[in-house]
Design a protein around this ligand. Structure first.
Ligand code: GDP
Length: 296
């Protein structure tokens, strides 16, 4: 379960607050202190926590809240709204080009779940009656091309591959042309990852980007990596002008720090959340639903 620790701690704090008839400023401050600790323990970025708590304090410690009949519930409602805003507010939908095909470039570190997410995204699009094409431009990781081909077969989605001896920029370019020639309205390009960010990787991604001019450049990040994942997102974004994030392994992330920090730190919307290894485990990310889930 994602956010296990955080959810139970916050539900505990707000349970107490809700049951109180009247609230004093001290009650609110005590609760906020506990919320702050819970967020830090969930590995949320320190500055993000600080700003978040300040916003809630501004709104919660006021005459109107204190005088309401159910002040505890008003405070919880404020927290719910701020938590939703923290994760991006409204749901951010996948771009759709007026001049198909819509090009989606996937980026991320090795092991983040890039190839799997490319397959899952193809499945989502296929279900919406689109005709996606997967392009295998990760020529470095052994078996990445094969992995994509196997996914394609399972999903009945075509995979464009030219082996591992052709330059990834050329693969991406020819893949795009292939989509145009074959009436594919979405192209999902699986690019190479590395264990760490390095210049050669960034150069290659930039070159692919310039060649195919993607409508979406999505960074796939492993939510289990917590703040480290957010740092990775920031470095990629500085170099690549990302348009969004796919957060993976939410099913195994018991803390939630990446989900709660990445939007505030990078400004990037979380477009999808992956919650398992299976191909149907990809959902559009809804900040409001996630906030409600955390607050119970
Ligand atoms: P890539 O190197 O970024 O392309 O990573 P892969 O797509 O090969 O994924 C790496 C591993 O993470 C694989 O074993 C996947 O099955 C697993 N994985 C990917 N997404 C998820 C997820 O949302 N939840 C879980 N539990 N595992 C995932």
């Amino acid at each position: 379960m994602p956010f296990e620790g955080l959810a139970s701690r916050l539900q505990n704090v707000f349970g107490k607050l809700r049951s109180k008839g009247k609230l004093s400023e001290d009650d609110v401050n005590d609760a906020l202190r506990e919320v702050r600790l819970a967020l830090l323990e969930a590995d949320v970025n320190f500055k993000v926590v600080k700003d978040f708590i300040a916003k809630i304090r501004d709104r919660a410690v006021g005459q109107e809240v204190m005088k309401s009949f159910t002040p505890g519930m008003v405070v919880v409602d404020i927290v719910n709204k701020e938590l939703t805003a923290l994760m991006g507010g409204a749901q951010s939908k996948l771009a759709r080009s007026n001049r198909p095909p819509t090009v989606i470039m996937m980026a991320g570190l090795q092991g983040a779940g890039k190839t799997t997410s490319a397959g899952k995204l193809a499945k989502v699009l296929k279900k919406e009656n689109h005709r996606p094409l997967l392009v295998a431009a990760d020529i470095y990781r052994p078996a990445a091309i094969k992995q994509l081909q196997v996914l394609g077969e399972q999903l009945q989605v075509p995979v464009f591959a030219l082996g591992d001896k052709v330059n990834p920029v050329d693969i991406a370019k020819q893949g795009l042309q292939h989509a145009k020639d074959n009436g594919n309205d979405y192209v999902i390009i699986d690019t190479a990852g590395r264990l760490q960010i390095d210049e050669a990787l960034m150069e290659e991604l930039k070159n692919i980007r310039e060649e195919v001019k993607p409508d979406e450049t999505l960074l796939v990040i492993d939510s289990m990596a917590g703040q480290e994942a957010v740092n990775v997102a920031q470095s990629f974004h500085q170099q690549l002008e990302l348009t969004g994030v796919i957060l993976t392994k939410l099913d195994s992330d018991t803390r939630g720090g990446a989900a709660l920090s990445v939007r505030a730190v990078t400004g990037l919307p979380i477009k999808y959340a992956a919650t398992g290894e299976k191909l149907d485990a990809l959902e559009p990310f809804h900040p409001d639903r996630m906030a409600s889930r955390i607050l119970g």
